[in-house]
Design a protein around this ligand. Structure first.
Ligand code: ADE
Length: 230
């Protein structure tokens, strides 16, 4: 039995996990839920939006529960031109798009890098699960690539082009890199996986309103399959 922390930024992103896993609220103030799913102990939490909220929550979960793995799941704005809404992105690595200059992180003794590599075994498992869901017609497409994070909802054609072309991001969100950094500092294997709700362009707000609930559910379903494979 492994202990797995599942971290979501928003209530809508945890709904599927809560319902499907039969999770019980164990700490209302910190939005922490607990469940046993497929023989694994699951600690699920709503960390709140952004880098600080997500880092604080991840450290709290690590200190209190000592998870074997951390999985950050939710929705994101697609940057890769091949992606459509509800497609999946498995992070090979994550990085900040609003930390300048990145060399300060590279020189930091505690972290030493500006690119946070996800656990290779978890990435391989997530890819296998996504491939199988594509074959079954439950997911249209997935890519493995870079997830870029920052403290802003990106809804700008020029900014999304820059994140795609200059940082090679496959999608953008607001927590994956800070959760990654916290896991690296604590030596915990982690995975970041997202479903696309919009394209971080001038129409992102409208697309988000239409697809964020469905994309959140899709991401939860994929994580349930990943946990079954652990
Ligand atoms: N999460 C979902 N869509 C996003 C966007 N466009 N920017 C940042 N985070 C997001």
């Amino acid at each position: 039995m492994s202990k797995i922390a599942v971290i979501c930024a928003m209530d809508k992103e945890i709904i599927y996990i809560k319902e499907h896993f039969g999770a019980k609220l164990v700490d209302e103030k910190c939005s922490i839920y607990s469940a046993v799913f497929d023989g694994h102990e699951i600690i699920a939490t709503v960390c709140g939006i952004g880098k600080v909220n997500s880092a604080l929550s991840t450290q709290r979960i690590i200190d209190r529960f000592s998870p074997d793995y951390v999985i950050n799941v939710g929705i994101a704005g697609g940057l890769d031109r091949e992606l459509s809404v509800l497609d999946m992105v498995v992070a090979r690595d994550t990085m900040y798009h609003d930390f300048h200059p990145l060399s300060l992180l590279e020189e930091d003794k505690n972290i030493g890098t500006s690119v946070f590599e996800c656990d290779k075994t978890l990435v391989a498992l997530a890819e296998k699960v996504c491939e199988s869901l594509v074959e079954k017609g439950k997911v249209r497409k997935f890519v493995t690539g870079r997830i870029v994070s920052g403290d802003s909802f990106v809804e700008d054609d020029e900014k999304s082009r820059e994140l795609r072309e200059d940082l090679h991001g496959s999608c953008v969100e607001m927590e994956g890199a800070s959760i990654s950094q916290t896991c690296i500092v604590n030596g915990i294997p982690f995975l970041v996986i997202r479903s696309i709700s919009d394209f971080a362009d001038n129409n992102a707000g409208m697309s988000y309103d239409s697809f964020s609930t469905k994309a959140s559910e899709q991401a939860g379903q994929v994580v349930a399959e990943i946990i079954k494979g652990l």
